[in-house]
Write a protein that binds this ligand. Structure first.
Ligand code: CAA
Length: 287
């Protein structure tokens, strides 16, 4: 498939990444099917797209009419088979658990047309292992967006062991059509490139606080004003989801070793369901 053959994109999962990816695809002019397992989840994702488009228009990053047109291109679904019946590309952004994703790919393989290319937004899991669940590992790669997708420039395009060059080209072209800058990642290793650097940095920040060497506010001041990141490390953890960082670390520890052992402070936050902005409380409180 060539980039000009792509008209319809299905995004599986309407959570913090899924809704943002659907928004980016709709802004690029694609017909977007957004699917989640419950009506309330998919409606929440749709509402977040509406909010975000409104914000972009308010800040004059896009026009009101572009915002309205993008929203009109998004259709919501709960039924997976219906949502992928005419999909050229499926971008999967369901929870970051290997078993959940494998179950989704089993269902997806049975429902999607043969031509459909599958791209996973996984932030760390093995693209090769996920692709093995399907009958089309050559038509399968990683397409990893960053939070919030509508504002972040980078997309990692990750090759699994059997990904065809045409699939890498198509998904890199698709990222460019969406106004993003793709970086091709040829080795499918845990965390790829960005999270291999970013998540241990979050973990180290948590260890500093856990050991009583500095406070959350002190660490954030240094990473923001000293190291020059756009947000403090804990502010970013709240934005991304503390559970996301925790699961990435857990997986990296399993595959790469104990250097990536998650700090107990992160585990406590996950157990208390204080996951950041999405739950109203993380390292900071949100209204
Ligand atoms: N859509 C539209 N508007 C949004 C938004 C969204 N999704 N998210 C936030 N905004 C709004 C805010 O509400 C705020 O509006 P108000 O001023 O009205 O309150 C406004 O955007 C802030 O935007 P600004 O341009 O004024 O602020 P900024 O220059 O600080 O940019 C930012 C915001 C782009 C998020 C910036 O802080 C940033 O780059 N942060 C770092 C994000 C980052 O590193 N993400 C990657 C995380 S790693 C990851 O995602 C991978 C993984 O697998 C874990």
């Amino acid at each position: 498939m060539e980039i000009d053959d792509v008209n319809s994109i299905t995004v599986l999962g309407a959570g913090s990444m899924g809704h943002g990816i659907a928004e980016v695809a709709a802004l690029a002019g694609y017909a977007v099917n957004l699917r989640d397992i419950k009506e309330e989840f998919v409606q929440k994702g749709y509402d977040q797209i509406e909010w975000s488009l409104g914000k972009l228009a308010e800040k004059e990053r896009i026009s009101e009419s572009d915002a309205d047109a993008a929203l009109e291109r998004v259709t919501t679904y709960v039924d997976l088979a219906e949502s992928v019946a005419d999909a050229d590309v499926v971008i999967e952004a369901v929870p970051e658990k290997m078993e959940i994703k494998k179950d989704v790919y089993t269902e997806l393989e049975a429902a999607a047309p043969d031509r459909t290319v599958f791209a996973t937004n996984t932030s760390s899991l093995s693209v090769t292992e996920l692709a093995e669940v399907t009958d089309r590992p050559e038509q399968f790669c990683g397409m990893h967006f960053f939070n919030p997708p509508v504002r972040m420039q980078l997309v990692e395009v990750i090759s699994g062991a059997e990904t065809a060059d045409e699939t890498m080209d198509l998904i890199a072209d698709l990222a460019e059509e969406m106004g993003k800058t793709p970086v091709r990642v040829h080795k499918d290793s845990p965390g790829f490139i960005v999270n291999r650097i970013l998540v241990p940095q979050m973990n180290e920040a948590a260890w500093i606080v856990e050991s009583g060497d500095a406070t959350v506010a002190e660490v954030d001041s240094t990473t923001k004003y000293g190291i020059g990141l756009p947000m403090g490390t804990f502010e970013l953890a709240d934005q991304v989801g503390i559970d996301v960082g925790y699961h990435v670390l857990d997986y990296m520890q399993e595959v790469l070793g104990d250097a990536y052992e998650p700090c107990p402070l992160l585990e406590e936050k996950v157990e208390a369901e204080e996951l950041g902005k999405k739950t109203g409380k993380g390292f900071y409180d949100y209204e």
